[in-house]
Design a protein around this ligand. Structure first.
Ligand code: HEC
Length: 119
């Protein structure tokens, strides 16, 4: 009986040791889609998604709240735009690529976030 209790205690300590650091990493590493949007996208697309910022007008950023534009795009299209960016037909960059800065998981979450801005 006593053996069992100490075994349980050991298991518990073990679980805490495993859960502790991983939980902390999760908190510091993965940003919420909202945070990622504010960090990487607002300069061009604006906090409201309408793209009426200085850089947004200059680059021709799309209005992310415009249902007609966004509804035509599949999740895969939006994913690719965020991951690989957009160039115009002269090969000049219009929208940055985020393949290096964001994980696929974060990009997927941003796809859903963009859809949620659409009216
Ligand atoms: C340097 C300015 C800039 C930044 C930063 C930027 N975008 Fe864009 N975005 C654009 C431009 C310009 C377009 C329009 C591209 C076109 O018409 O070919 C666009 C288009 C889009 C589209 C329309 C998708 C499509 O396939 O047409 C989505 C969705 C989008 N951006 C989301 C984002 C998200 C999410 C971020 C942040 C991770 C982001 N953008 C950061 C400039 C930017």
């Amino acid at each position: 009986m006593r053996l069992l209790t100490s075994l349980k205690l050991q298991l518990l300590l073990c679980a805490m040791a495993v859960a502790g650091p991983t939980a902390a990493v999760a908190v510091t590493k993965a940003l919420s889609p909202q945070e990622n949007y504010e960090k990487h996208c607002v300069d061009c697309h604006g906090a409201d998604g309408k793209g009426q910022t200085r850089l947004g007008r200059k680059s021709g950023a799309k209005d992310l709240t415009d249902g007609k534009t966004i509804a035509k795009l599949s999740d895969a299209d939006i994913f690719k735009t965020i991951k690989f960016g957009r160039k115009n037909n002269k090969g000049e960059e219009k929208m940055d690529a985020f393949a290096d800065g964001l994980s696929d998981q974060e990009i997927n979450a941003l796809v859903a976030f963009v859809r949620s801005m659409t009216k």
